[in-house]
Design a protein around this ligand. Structure first.
Ligand SMILES: *Cc1c(COP(=O)(O)O)cnc(C)c1O
Length: 382
């Protein structure tokens, strides 16, 4: 360990976003990459051409990007209002902050709330891992609770106990995903009631990374809840994972704080231009969602027929697959073996504690996934 490094960092390992690609062997593009919940479709060629033109004719690479993001924030506010059927003037640029992916916004929120030993965070596992990872790299304590094994509802009793008993520092932020990753379930009525009951000094971050798939949003409630912030991203339905654009919707006062802690030129000019083009062409880009959802439902129906598999209803563009309890094999070892067999046959999925998370791909990819999964399952159940 380098002698000038913070002592608690020694135990961390760097985040590997594609765990399946960590081996010496490169991830070949012939793999079906169903492990990171991206859209299966690239931007259409006409939009790529438009962006290429913007890059050649408009962007001056010697100049810093627009550090205020005003044009993009206006467009985002318009989209937020429209997509939630709200008054077109409800949210404005003053309610929006833009980040280098929503990961940057998560880190900014942590910096703005918990640093200097002022707060801990609460997460219910399994959930998006970045909340905990980013908190730990900042020296922020992460309090974890569990979920109901059947419907994945947060253990609300444990959550309430954690809130009342965590001291020095107390819990200052609760992170939830709506719908959750990896379990794909939206927030339940009981979870919502609990979130609404939290006092004003606890920030509630509702991550709606999969909103375009679920069409279920809580932005309509933001006006009444000064301690809620909603996170969104261009990395999923908008097909821009490569360009790193996320945003949050919040009260102007909270936005002003986020603007204080962010890096001045956090988004490259090209990313800003791409997000704007994506929004201007949202009807075209989001039109592929219908097919993704129908593929998802088809896959769910077929996998539910399998005697050894347990698949729960998904409100997003991925499935969470578990093995039914069985005495003839150890669950975790069986999952690992399934994960490996899928990989060997050409499909990358995400192995998480207790389940496999499978992104919905193109119809061809999904057909291959089914075939490969059924072949791999034959090894357990024969
Ligand atoms: C994919 C995902 C994001 C997106 O992160 P970016 O940094 O914007 O790419 C955020 N939250 C959750 C829960 C996700 O699954």
């Amino acid at each position: 360990m380098l002698p000038f490094i913070r002592s608690d960092l020694a135990q961390f390992t760097a985040y590997k976003p594609h765990p399946s690609s960590n081996t010496a062997e490169p991830v070949a593009t012939q793999f079906d990459r169903l492990d990171t919940n991206e859209s299966p479709d690239d931007l259409p060629p006409e939009l790529k051409e438009k962006l290429a033109w913007t890059y050649q004719q408009v962007i001056e690479t010697n100049r810093y990007p627009d550090g205020g993001h005003e044009q993009l924030k206006d467009a985002i506010a318009e989209y937020v209002n429209e997509s939630a059927h709200l008054s077109p003037s409800l949210f404005t640029a003053a309610n929006i902050s833009v980040g280098n992916g929503s990961d940057e916004l998560i880190r900014s929120l942590l910096i703005a709330t918990c640093l200097r030993g002022e707060g801990s965070i609460l997460v219910a596992n399994p959930t998006f891992s970045m909340y905990g990872i980013l908190a730990q790299t900042l020296g922020i304590e992460v309090v974890t609770i569990g979920r109901n094994a059947t419907n994945f509802e947060i253990d609300l009793k444990a959550a309430q106990t954690a809130i009342s008993q965590t001291q020095n520092p107390p819990i200052r932020v609760v992170f939830v995903v709506h719908p959750n990753s990896p379990t794909a379930n939206p927030l339940t009525a009981a979870e919502l009631a609990w979130l609404r009951s939290l006092p004003e000094h606890i920030l509630v971050v509702i991550d709606e990374a999969y909103f375009e798939f679920s069409q279920n949003t809580l932005v309509g409630e933001l006006a009444q809840r000064s301690n809620w912030i909603i996170l969104r991203t261009f990395s999923k339905a908008f097909r821009l994972a490569a360009l790193r654009v996320g945003y949050c919707i919040a009260h102007p006062e909270a936005i002003a704080i986020l603007e204080k802690v962010r890096l001045p030129y956090n988004l490259p000019s090209f990313s800003l231009a791409a997000a704007l083009v994506a929004l201007q062409n949202r009807q075209l880009l989001l039109s592929s969602i219908v097919q993704i959802l129908s593929e998802r439902d088809k896959l769910t129906a077929i996998l539910s027929q399998h005697p050894a598999l347990q698949v729960t209803e998904s409100a997003a563009n991925f499935l969470y697959l578990r093995l039914k309890p069985n005495n003839s094999y150890a669950q975790e070892a069986a999952l690992q073996s399934l994960h490996q067999q899928l990989r060997t046959s050409g499909t990358l999925v995400r192995l998480l504690n207790g389940g496999l998370r499978i992104t919905i791909g193109t119809p061809e990819e999904n057909t291959r996934t089914l075939e490969r999964l059924q072949a791999a399952m034959a090894n357990f159940t024969s």
